[in-house]
Structures are given as structure tokens and as C-alpha cells.
Design a protein around this ligand. Structure first.
Ligand SMILES: [Cu+2]
Length: 257
């Protein structure tokens, strides 16, 4: 953008500088944000490319803004452990969660992406008569987007971002009805976040580069999952009910140009 403006003239450059100051996003911040978005997408993918991810992690580390450099370092250490071991438990620590929250907050405030706020609702606290994502429009513009996920329900919820693979004619509802292995040949995870019920940890943020196509937000959390039952769910002592999406917690949308 700077190159184009410098060709047009000084007045335009000044205007552009004013606009940049208002938007508050420097080129360095934007580069950091875009690398982080790309890394999140790779971590969500079924078969991430290890070399491409390591390159991105190096970019993120070297470009980390001072305000969150320590938090970014914590996240990068956990990310590398996950890549080496395939075990996601490195991302369960309180230290990781605090760092992740801080970087999410920084990115929400500083990246300058348009923000979509989506609210989870469910019958447990009477916020809805079935499990659902509220406030999801039918269409969204393409480009990097901040998704602010607010849990307004009584159970734990996730917002998984699924994209229908190019060339696939089934919609998300049809794809989700298939056995998992077959379903994952027709759609791909491109991002996501969790949010707990109640007053603590009740928001999450996902940063997704939306490209033209068919998408859905989907919640795979089983009915009955609350912060109290999550340890039992993880250890297999509590199976929970059917996944929330089967109760209506799926919202399809189209990304347009
Ligand atoms: Cu849910």
C-alpha cells in the first residue's frame, strides 16, 4: 500500500498516514498478526506441513511485539512440543492458557481485522430452547477475521470453523451425518476456540483467514459437559450426551468476495 501511495503524491501519503494512525496497525504488527493466523490454520489442519509450520513459528517469534513477547515465547515452546510429540497436553497448562489469552487479546485489539461476535446458547440456563450459535450471518466477507466467541449458555462450548473442500457438493449438515473419517475428506478444520459457561473464561477468540466458499461453525462438545465434568470427560469416565451439533449447534455461512 505504501508503494502505491508514494506514487500518487505527498497529500495522499499524509492521508494514508492519518488512516494508518486511526487503524493503529503498523506493518510489523500486521505481519505478526498474519503469521499467527496462518500458524493457527496449520495447527487446525489434519496433516500440517512441519517445515512450513517451523518457518511460520520463526517468523512469529522474530516479529513478536514487545507487549506480548513473553507470552508468544510460551506459546511457541508449547507449539514445538506438540509438533515433536503429537501430544496436545502441552497446551493444557495454566501458563499456556494465560499466554494464549494475552495474545488473543492483543490480536483482537491490534490486528485491525473485522470482528464477528458469536454467542453460544443452550437450554441448561434457559438462554435458548436448544444448543445453538446465535448471531451468525448467512454471508461473511473474505479476508482475515477475528471471531469473538461468547458463552451465554450453561454448558461448555466450542466454536470449530469447518470449511467445505473446494469441488465438494455436499453441505455441512450432510457431511456431518457421515462417518467421521469420510466426513473429513469433504471438509477441513481451519480454526476454532473454546469458551466456558459462567463468569470466568467465558470468551474465546479465533483468527481465521476466510476464503471464498462454504463454511460452518460447529460445536462437538457432548451434551452435559460443564467445567465440573470436563476432567471426567477427558479421562473417559463420563461419556456425556450426543455432540451439541446434533442438537442444532451448527451454523452454516457463505464467504463471498
Ligand atoms: Cu456447544
Amino acid at each position: 500500500m505504501r508503494v502505491i501511495h508514494s506514487r500518487i503524491g505527498v497529500a495522499t501519503v499524509l492521508l494514508a498516514l492519518v488512516a494508518a494512525a486511526c487503524a493503529g496497525t503498523s506493518e510489523e504488527t500486521k505481519a505478526f498478526c498474519d503469521s499467527f493466523v496462518a500458524a493457527e490454520a496449520m495447527f487446525s489442519a489434519d496433516e500440517p506441513d512441519p517445515v512450513a509450520i517451523e518457518n511460520l513459528l520463526a517468523d512469529i517469534e522474530s516479529g513478536a511485539p514487545e507487549d506480548v513477547a513473553g507470552d508468544v515465547a510460551t506459546i511457541m515452546t508449547a507449539a514445538r512440543t506438540v509438533l515433536q510429540t503429537g501430544d496436545f497436553s502441552a497446551m493444557d497448562s495454566d501458563e499456556f492458557k494465560a499466554a494464549d489469552f494475552a495474545v488473543d487479546e492483543y490480536m483482537t485489539d491490534e490486528c485491525g481485522y473485522p470482528t464477528l461476535t458469536v454467542t453460544a446458547q443452550d437450554p441448561t440456563n434457559g438462554s435458548a430452547d436448544h444448543h445453538e450459535f446465535a448471531d451468525v450471518p448467512d454471508t461473511l466477507p473474505n479476508g482475515a477475521t477475528t471471531i469473538q466467541f461468547v458463552n451465554g449458555g450453561g454448558e461448555a462450548h466450542e466454536l470449530a470453523v469447518l470449511r467445505v473442500n473446494d469441488g465438494e457438493t455436499m453441505n455441512i449438515t450432510e457431511i456431518l451425518a457421515l462417518p467421521e473419517e469420510e466426513a473429513m475428506t469433504k471438509a477441513s478444520f481451519v480454526g476454532g476456540t473454546f469458551a466456558m459457561p459462567g463468569d470466568e473464561n467465558n470468551t474465546g477468540a479465533a483468527f481465521v483467514d476466510l476464503t471464498l466458499g462454504q463454511y460452518a461453525f460447529v460445536c462437538f462438545v457432548p451434551v452435559g459437559a460443564t467445567p465440573e465434568t470436563i476432567p471426567a470427560l477427558e479421562s473417559g469416565e463420563f461419556a456425556g450426551g450426543p455432540p451439541h451439533f446434533t442438537e442444532g449447534m451448527v451454523a452454516e455461512f457463505t464467504v463471498t468476495g
